[in-house]
Write a protein of this length. Sequence first.
Length: 292
Amino acid sequence: MRVLVTGATGQLGSEVAELFRGAGHVVFAPSSKELDFLKPDQAAGMVDQLRPDWVINCAAYTQVDNAETETAAAFCINRETPERLAQTVAGYGGRLLQVSTDFIFDGGQGWPYVETDQPNPLGVYGCSKLEGEQAVLQALPEAIVLRTAWVYGVRGHNFVKTMLRLALAGKPLRVVDDQTGTPTWARDIASAIAVLVAADARGTFHYTNAGETSWHGFACAILDEAAAVGFKVKTEDVTPIPTSAYPTPATRPAYSVLSTEKIRPLLTAPIPNWRDSLKNMLQELYKCADCL
Ligand SMILES: NC(=O)c1ccc[n+]([C@@H]2O[C@H](COP(=O)([O-])OP(=O)(O)OC[C@H]3O[C@@H](n4cnc5c(N)ncnc54)[C@H](OP(=O)(O)O)[C@@H]3O)[C@@H](O)[C@H]2O)c1
């Protein structure tokens, strides 16, 4: 199969490209310069030239706070270009998987969100991702939309690496404890994507690791598990703080746990608990000289 992975330098895209390559597929992984989502016409033209069987769209404008002011770029990258790619793919009979986010929900529900729950994004990033989902499904009804959350990986920038760097330097840590979600390893999401593609699935699915925690709980686990795999962590405690003590330009959902009930019957193995996956990722990070 010929697979185009966009956003292949990112946390998720790098895992997806590696997984599909390892499975023997022909993988195109252009850089953001070669396939620029700020240039929808050119991006669509490139996809039309390549005509891959599948486009796995992991490219996104992911800076949640900056999106509040860089609105045009966020909508171009997260809605307009995915829509153009879906139209292009529909034109030659290909398939597309669009990755989306828990931030399309407002977090006020208090129990895990299922795929059919009413979205109500709180910020520009969530709005642009929601409109991207809708535009893709309208252009290509057999597309897959995969929503995930709190992503981290060995490659790219993320909360795990930030906490670890600070803890290795012995810096004090203050982390919000009133936002709940599910930390999710990009490697596990890539596996779920491969399963959905192989199953010829269509429609919207949620995938995260199992369980839930707060950012504070996540930070504490990062320090514990990092020490357990051999990192010389100097910071001992993480101070819990309320969101109100750490104001950000974009409002985040207070509770954005996603239900994985719909995807579970399709998967070939149980979904790993978030803490087990964190440990596995940290083990890999420990062995990688230039990943941190
Ligand atoms: N990170 C999270 O916590 C999280 C949570 C829920 C859902 N998601 C979703 O998961 C998906 C993958 O996220 P991620 O965490 O892997 O993101 P990431 O690490 O920030 O990677 C984003 C990717 O998009 C590319 N990109 C940015 N601007 C581009 C442009 N103008 N043209 C082409 N490519 C461009 C980046 O390329 P460069 O490196 O060249 O800029 C990078 O490869 C996204 O759809 C995101 O919305 C993420």
